[in-house]
Design a protein around this ligand. Structure first.
Ligand SMILES: [Fe+2]
Ligand SMILES: [Fe+2]
Length: 267
């Protein structure tokens, strides 16, 4: 491995198996923490045409992925766990892509998103370990590429931070809490609940990091009024349909203002 941070990030992003990606990341992260890397920008910043998981996952339209239902059944639990594994695996790349794409940021930016990538790997491994007990591996079930598309559609820092951590990961806080409540009414799912609770707690921190860097990006830009809802809607016009399951507590911890939460609740 060379000591060039950004080209190593690219290699890690395009690594086409979980094993390769995780190994490359671990070495890179170790070198990063030991301050052994150089941060010269790359000549080109590539816009990836397809996600690296396309070599071992069958990618379908979001509406065609198997529905998460009947959580009391083995099949239902497998579909749920596989969907979460896919979100976590995609999230590794989202964190790495932020580091790779924005090459002139303060060191703290890279520290934050490398830490997030490390968390996402841990989440991914926790879930795939449980999937293993069902004899299912990541890639066995169809997946969508919504998160990848969202990242490639946001090549500037403000929309990227607004859309990925502060919209999509924040929606995950709502969805995760909702799922935990559902599972609490479903027998024999405590092992899944335990994992979701760990993930939920750590995801608050990811959204909070997104909040900090979103606000940083807005402050850098003179004469630009940064309205979170407008920024997100400029990329995805149909966002923010009324959400009755806003995880108010988690979102507040992650930096959402009372005013923003009111709007999210449709008040
Ligand atoms: Fe995660
Ligand atoms: Fe995350």
């Amino acid at each position: 491995m060379s000591n060039h941070y950004f080209s190593n990030l690219r290699n890690t992003l395009i690594a086409n198996t979980p094993d390769k990606k995780i190994k490359l990341f671990k070495t890179l992260y170790q070198n990063f923490l030991e301050d052994k890397l150089i941060f010269t920008p790359t000549n080109e910043i590539e816009i990836f045409k397809r996600p690296a998981y396309s070599t071992f996952c069958n990618i379908v339209d979001q509406r065609e992925v198997p529905a998460r239902k009947n959580l009391a059944s083995k099949e239902g639990q497998i579909i749920l766990l596989h969907a979460i594994a896919h979100i976590e695996y995609s999230a590794i790349d989202l964190a790495l892509d932020a580091c790779y794409r924005f090459q002139d940021m303060p060191k703290k930016f890279y520290e934050d998103w490398m830490k997030v990538a490390d968390d996402e790997i841990r989440h991914f491994l926790m879930i795939t370990e449980l999937l293993d007990t069902f004899d299912v591996k990541y890639g066995d079930i169809d997946v969508h590429q919504v998160l990848f598309d969202a990242s490639m559609r946001t090549q500037d820092l403000i929309p990227r931070m607004a859309l990925i951590p502060r919209y999509m990961e924040a929606n995950g806080l709502d969805a995760n809490a909702m799922m935990i409540n559902k599972l609490k009414k479903t027998p024999n799912t405590q092992n899944i609940i335990d994992l979701l609770e760990i993930i939920l707690e750590e995801e608050v921190d990811h959204v909070q990091k997104g909040d900090i860097w979103y606000k940083y990006a807005c402050n850098q830009k003179e004469n630009f009024s940064c309205n979170y809802f407008n920024v997100v809607k400029s990329v995805y016009p149909n966002s923010f349909r009324t959400n009755k399951h806003v995880n108010v507590e988690a979102r507040k911890k992650a930096g959402f203002s009372d005013e923003e939460i009111k709007i999210l609740l449709g008040k």
